[in-house]
Write a protein that binds this ligand. Sequence first.
Ligand SMILES: Nc1nc2c(ncn2[C@@H]2O[C@H](COP(=O)(O)OP(=O)(O)OP(=O)(O)O)[C@@H](O)[C@H]2O)c(=O)[nH]1
Length: 394
Amino acid sequence: MHTIDMMSALVIGGSGAFVSAGMMRLAMQTDRSLRRPLRWCLWGFLLLGFGLSQNAFTSWAWRLPILVGASATLAATALVSRGLLALATGHVVRHPALLDVLLPTGVLALAWTQGHHAFGIVFHAACLAVSSAAAVALRPALLAPRSAAEMTVAATMTFYAATWAYGLFGAMTYSGPERRHLMYVPEPALSLYAATYALLPLVVGALVLNLANARLGQRLRVQAGTDELTGLMSRRALHEGVDAWHAEVLAQGRRAALLLIDVDHFKRVNDTFGHEGGDEVLRALGRHMPRQLRAGTRLARYGGEEFLALLDAGSLDEAVQAAERLRASIAAAPLGGVPVTISVGVAGWPADVAFARALARADVALYEAKRAGRDRVVLDVEPAGGRRAGEAAG
Ligand SMILES: Nc1nc2c(ncn2[C@@H]2O[C@H](COP(=O)(O)OP(=O)(O)OP(=O)(O)O)[C@@H](O)[C@H]2O)c(=O)[nH]1
């Protein structure tokens, strides 16, 4: 009865592994960057499907299929673990993937010559070693997961390692006749094992896809939050956290200030040095400006040659001084081989004022700086009774 359960499990598990291999093939087409780990999983599932199904269908009298099935299962565990590890933690195992296939086959072939009991023990010990190594490597994903997918993968690998540990115990204490299906756990646990191994290829396949999706989403989020040319925060990323940042600064009893920064006569830079030369200046600004501003300042590329810095300062004067230091440092040294200057509009962002309103005030101040001759910093004075930007600082 249990033997038939095990055979059904091998058929179901084998089919599931082949379906999972197909899913890996499809996923590889959607995203090239994850091709390598997905390819390892694809080969792993193919081997697993082959190993499980040929064990279900070959004659009971043959012992060789047991060796082949065991080698395929062990190699599959190593390959899929390698893929899961790369997807969950970014850690890439260095040795060639072929070793994951050849090494288990060699070890098991040696053990096979020592009879079924020794073989069962070595097989379980090897599977336990491979799956435990993966579970240990995935520990960060279990203890401090960045996504539910990561945590589920780590939990599944831990569970999988535990099943091999119990299997090893079963193989070591087993003293009956040779079993064909390699599972030497006591009879009552056999059905549970059958169900587990029937479901596992599909569960792990779904997890691999989930993890690949999470990786992809993470990469897209980073890409969306980063300006491609300068490596600074994108306008969208700056907008996302802006209100929380404002509340935090005010809660600390500090002033929030906006520095709207625009490169002067940038059209001339492009006209003289070409668009590529202009891009190089923007890249150099992306490297230079964060070094000049205090750590923790949120700096984004806001438009073509326009940048926005969110500053927390003790006073608006302090913010103006920071802007002035930035302006002077850029005027003093050519960036990307091109001498450029910047104009900066500074505005305070008081409590109960919307971000858009504070930004509009910084824009007015920037306009004043341009109008007054560029290469300067102008502080906007929040209109009280209609005072205009530039009057206080100009
Ligand atoms: N190379 C390069 N140029 C850009 C990029 N984005 C915008 N620009 C150029 O920046 C220039 C901005 O020109 P304007 O808005 O007229 O201003 P300006 O020449 O800097 O003059 P002022 O701002 O008045 O000092 C335009 O020529 C845009 O084509 C970019 O990503 N790379």
